[in-house]
Every structure is written in C-alpha cells, then in structure tokens.
Write a protein that binds this ligand. Sequence first.
Ligand code: FAD
Length: 806
Amino acid sequence: MRTEAQAVVIGGGVIGCSILYHLTKLGWSDVVLLERDELTSGSTWHAAANIHGLHDSTNISRIQHYTMTLYNALEEETGQSCGVFQPGSLYLAQTEEREHQLKLQAAKAKLYGMNFYEISIDEAKKLNPLVNYDGIRCVMYEPDGGNVDPSGVTNAYAVGARQRGAEIHRFTPVTATEQQDDGSWLVKTPKGDIRTKWVVNAAGLWGREVAALAGVELPLQPTEHQYFVTETMTDVAEHGSRLPSVSDRDGEYYLRQEGQGLLVGAYEKDMKFWAEEGTPLDFAHDLFPDDLERIEENMMNAIERLPAVGDAGIKRVINGPMIWSPDSNVLMGPVPELEGYFCCNGIIPGFSQSGGMGLMAAQWIIEGETQYDMFAWDMARFDTWATKAFTKARVQDQYAHRFAIHFPNEERSAGRPARTRPIYELQSEMGAVFGLNAGWEHPLWFADQPGTKDTNGFTRQNWWAPVGEECKMLRDRAGIIDISNFAKYRCKGPGAADWLNAVFANNMPKTVGRSCLTPLISKRGGIAGDFTVTRTAEDEFWVIGSGMAERYHKRFFKEVPLPEGTSFVSMTEAMCGFNVAGPKSREMLQQLTNTSLATEDFPFMRSAMIEVAGIEVLALRVSFTGDLGWELHCKSEDQLRLYSALLQAGQPFTAGPVGSRALMSLRVEKGYGSWSREYSPEYWPQEVGLDRLCKLDKDFLNKSAAVSVLENAAREQLVLLHLDEADVSASNADATGGEPIFKNGEGIGRVTSGAYGYSVGMSLALGYVKNAGPGDVVDVMVLGRPHKATILSEPPFDADGAVLRG
Ligand SMILES: Cc1cc2nc3c(=O)[nH]c(=O)nc-3n(C[C@H](O)[C@H](O)[C@H](O)COP(=O)(O)OP(=O)(O)OC[C@H]3O[C@@H](n4cnc5c(N)ncnc54)[C@H](O)[C@@H]3O)c2cc1C
C-alpha cells in the first residue's frame, strides 16, 4: 500500500469509485481508494439503479445527462460490463401542474440538446402496452432512460481508475484522519497509514462517522427504502422488446422491467428512519425485513396504472438503507473550515448522478472549481444551524414528498423555525409569511391575516396581489424591508484596506464614509460573489454580501492571509438590518434622526454611523430596490426597538413592511442582479456588466483568471426581457427562473430571475442570451410554452438613476 498519495478516497461505493476514476481521468494517478469491506458494501449493491436524465435543475440535468452517456463508454473503455439497459423512460402527467413541469423540462432538454420530448398516448401505448393511460394528460419520452447493474458500474469505475494508476484497497477501514501541521492529512488504517493532501469522504451510509473522524458534523440521516420484483409475467415475457420504465410520479412509485417481471419501488408517506444514533460499523451487504404494508398505498397506485402488476407474484423484496441530506441533494465540496477535506455525501440518485458528481468532485479538487455552478449542492449551504432535529424533520418531509412537484417559490415548513431574530414574533403577528434563508425565518410577504400560508403552483398564487400592494406602497411612498439575511462582516486593523484590496476586484474606498460595489472573482474568472464595502474608519470597513453564501465565501476569504493585527469577523448574527426605501423614506427617517439626510449632506453611496430613534446604526445610502433609500444596520438586541420606531414613523406616510418577494420584483424592474441567479461562477464579469468593477491595475484574488476571461468576448449577455401581456395573462404566470429562451426556434439562453413588475405594469425576466439584443423579440418558455418577449434596452424603472441619487 502506498504511504503517500495526492488524494485518498474513503468509500468504495458507486460515488467513491466514480470520484477515483475521474481524478485519474483528469490526470492524477497517484490516488488511493480505501474500502472497509467489499466494493459496493453500502447502499450501492442493492439499488434499483434506474437512470434518468432530466431534472428541474439545469445543472443536475447536465450532470445526469453526462452520467447516462458515460456508462456505455465506460464499459467499452474498461471491458467491464455496466449492465446497461436503455429501453427508454415514459414520464406520465396526471395533473395540469405535472404537465407544466414536464413541458418545462422538455423545453430545457431542447435548449441543452438532451433527448426528452413529448409523444402521443398512441405512441406511448406501442412502447409500453401494460400501462393504463386513462386520465393521463401528457407523456414525455426519454429514449436513453433505463437502468444499470450497480455492481457492474462500480467495478467499471474501479477498473478504469486502476488502469490509470490508482490503487484500491478492500477490507481496509479508515480508523482516523488526522491533519498534520503542514496541512497534509494522515489517513490511518489497520494496514498502515497514508499521507495525503486531500481526504475525500465518499463513505455513503457512514458519511457522518467518517466526517466525525475529522471533527466535521454532516446533516445526514439514513432511512429505509423498499422495492419489490415480481415473478415472471407473461405480458412482459411476450412483449417483443424490453419495456420502457414508467415514471408515474403523481402515483408516487417507480417501475421498470427486471428479468421477465417488473420492479416497483416507492417513497411512502409512512417512512422509516434508520440508524438515528449512527450507522452500525458492522453493517455490510445487509438488508432489513420486508415491510410491504408500508408501501401498500403506492403499490395500489401502481396496480391501478399497470393492472398486470396486481396479478403477478412477488419474487423478492429489497428493503435497504439510503442516506439523506435535509434537502435531499448531495452535500458536496471542500469543508470551508478545513484544508484539503472534500465531502461527497448524501446522494440519493447515485446511479443517475455518479458520473457527473465524480467529474465535479475531481474538477473541484484538481482545478479548484467546477465547470458548472454547484452552489445549490455545495455542503456550505448548511451550517451548524442544521441540527439533528432539523435534519430529521426535513428528511422525513423530503422522503415522503420525493416525487411531489417542487414549485418555484415553494417553502416547506418541516423543521422550522430553526433560527429566528428578535422581531420574529412581531412579524408573525403582522401577518408575515416566512421563508427559510440560511436557516433563518425571513419574511417573504405580509398577509392580512396572521397564520396565512403560501399556496403553491407554477401560476400566480395567493401572494401575487398582496406583493403588488407592497411594491406600490414602496414605490409611491416608502417601505421597510428586513434585510437581516444579508451577510455582514467587519474588517478592522492597520492592514484592513490592503487585505480587502487583495481579496476584491474593485478598489476599496479611500475615504471614510464612502462605499463601493465589488465582485469577488472565482478560480476560473467568473463571479464568486458581489459585495458592498464601506469604509467606516481609517482602519475599519464593513462588508455586506449574500447571507446564504456566507459559508461558501469563507473558502475565498481564507485564501488571502490576514495581515498581523487585522481581523475579519462575521457580524451576521450580531447585527440586523432594514432597508427603508421609497420617495418618502427621507422624510420618514428624518423624524428619527438629527443627522441631515439631505442629498448634499448624505449623498448616494455614502455612509455614516448615526442614531436613529436613539439607536446606533450604520446607515448606508444604498437601496437594492433602486429607490431613494438607506440600509440601517443595528445590533441584534436593538432590532425590535428600531423596527417599532420605523413602523411608527411610517404610519403618517402609510408606509409599512415589505417582504423579500416584493424586493425581488423591485430589483428586477431595475435590472439588478442577485447572487446565485444572475451572479454565479459560470458567468464572466463582462457578461454580467461587472467588468468595469474589475481593476486590473492592482492585484486581487484570482486576478490572472479574470484577466484571461476578460480578454475574450462575452459568450452571452445578461438582458432584461418584457413578456407579452396577452401571453402572460392567458397563462396567469410570470417567469420564475430557469425557463429557456428561443429565437426563431433556436435556443439562445435562459431566464435567471422572473417577476411581475407591479410598479411598471410589466411581466419581466432577467436572463442570459447569445446572438440577441435590445428590440429583439424572443420566446420565453413559461410553463414550457412560448411566451413572446422583447429584450429591453434599459430597465423600465429609473433607467438613468435619477430617483436613486435624488
Ligand atoms: C432500495 C434502494 C434503491 C435505490 N434505487 C436507486 C435507483 O434506482 N437509482 C439511483 O440512482 N439510486 C438508487 N438508490 C440510491 C443509490 O443506491 C445511492 O445513491 C448510492 O448507492 C450511493 O452510493 P455511495 O457511494 O454514496 O454510498 P455507499 O454505497 O453507501 O458506499 C459507501 C462505501 O463506503 C464504505 N465505507 C464506509 N466507511 C468506511 C471507512 N471508515 N473506511 C473505508 N470505507 C468505508 C462502505 O463500506 C461503502 O462501501 C437506491 C437505494 C436504495 C437503498
């Protein structure tokens, strides 16, 4: 066994083996995989191993598409059979909403060149005559859908990795991972130790236990999961070819051919946790007793749709464990608080995603960044707030709703509240409908009645009209937006200016009281974040960024060493904030402070520590709504007092609380981008309009990458689109993000944010397009159907910034 390696992968399931394979494919041959038992000893060996390409998320679709096309190539490359069957998959829609979901996915498939399209019921009947198509509104067909052999695939990755120099050691449990003074790791096993720069936790069902060896707590919880396989069925045996699998998600089961019978699996409502206190170390190639009663309801749905299933005998039942994160997505990426420790845990559809996840992991480890934006799958989206209780509640909800449609703007209530701020109770009494933001309860909108909940759907919902009233109130008079969810940091010390200049692409303000906007540049030269930096003293700056990206940004900040005597501290928990904005905001605030807020005394992009209602606040003359306005940041213990004072001061102006859904609409009217939508590492500064904020006459983090991308022409451009009123009214739906954009039938881009612009009376979308510009008429695929839209030459609200600066 090697004693040194570039990376040590812990776990020989399908994911660990794929990571090992992809590390070697990207050029690292000095890599080792350690498996405590045989390969496949966790969830892998007993999986149904269905493979799907399309997903609501574009980047997951790309990852799944890559995986589906990899298996045949892997087989050819390694000579190891992957047992690939690709008879296709049929996706059935029983409801209008499922139809919207599938049609949107089909539009995305067309944009990205993936094979997934609508077929008629007659065509579907020919492909799979066992299905009863009564009540089916539409059928999508994915010709590459099917299944693989779990152990064949895992071994093929292993063979491919070994062929390029990797070592695999079975029956070699990792018993300790110890970080050394030089940052390297010592991975300990009973057969000897290995020193490495990278530890990769791919320990599947034991992801928690392996993470704990390095002092890391992962929000993961295993559950049981069952499928059964029928005896030989005449209808199946006599069908001339292998039957396409059936995704009847409204029926909450999955089904495919296995041998001459069928395999039916289910995510039941009455789910069962396993190993709550930790996965037993002696568990391997084990199953649980059958418990078909638990999935009876799902089985009945399957029998109703495929009556032949009801006549078939059951040959075997598989009841095995799988491990979930709180949102059922992988927890991936380097642990921000450690050097050289990578996680890839909690993957539910391991066979649909193994290739893509292995590739992303290898890119991240070797190249420092993935080609696709993985923020939604980054382990940094959770932090210590995701407690065991939260994780369990969310996993229960995710499992029981595995096949439910997850609508845009949907906020699930399980496990909440996890974190609240002092005004939570007051906001609740005021009718706030909350969303989850980095664990915090955050007001989305204010309803007339306390306790009101969102309705969900692809079309306009119960919040649509009240949010419009909030927007109009703010644009006509003033509004108070809780912006406590922004991340806040204080940088203090003699080296503060130099350090911030070395981190961020823009020049930091030279004068006390000035603010600047700045991008943070990613490893490949894309946008890793957007921040407002304010100089509050010669040696002190406040940095404000995205709250949900705070842990993600840690990785960037730690790349530039802090000078002696200079600190950079998160103040997100210690501080809260409000944005008071709108034409009356000055008059309203002036009642509460002796500091003059007149433009000549307090111009746009200036800041000061002032007293508002006797409370010390950091006041910034900025506003994400595009109006005249101030951000006021106070100590968390002062939040209730400040909020009460602001609400009272707003009364004479009939100004009141505004939620984040309104903020979304207002910033889209102004054409402002937002983190994880318009701003992501996938986009270059010149594509987002942030190139003028990259100062190439100084050094900053990842400057050489910025220089090399800025030498190129933009591949796409961020634009603002106005959707045709008649089309939008007919659908009763606005764009929400992710909708493909076509021009003359050709895919040219996608929507990143969509909202109705209430104050301008226009349905709007921000998105990236290529080969199109202002005045062009394009099709935006809202609900998967073409909606005419015109690319605007300027934002419909305050294009010249007169209101903002006024
Ligand atoms: C009943 C069932 C049906 C499923 N059906 C499908 C499906 O149809 N399609 C699909 O895509 N997915 C399906 N899945 C999910 C799929 O099985 C998983 O996503 C996948 O197997 C996860 O693989 P993994 O490599 O992450 O983890 P695991 O398979 O759990 O592998 C982890 C490995 O790490 C090893 N290990 C743990 N601790 C140590 C240590 N200290 N030292 C060394 N080695 C260690 C373990 O022995 C194990 O081999 C199904 C799962 C179940 C339970």
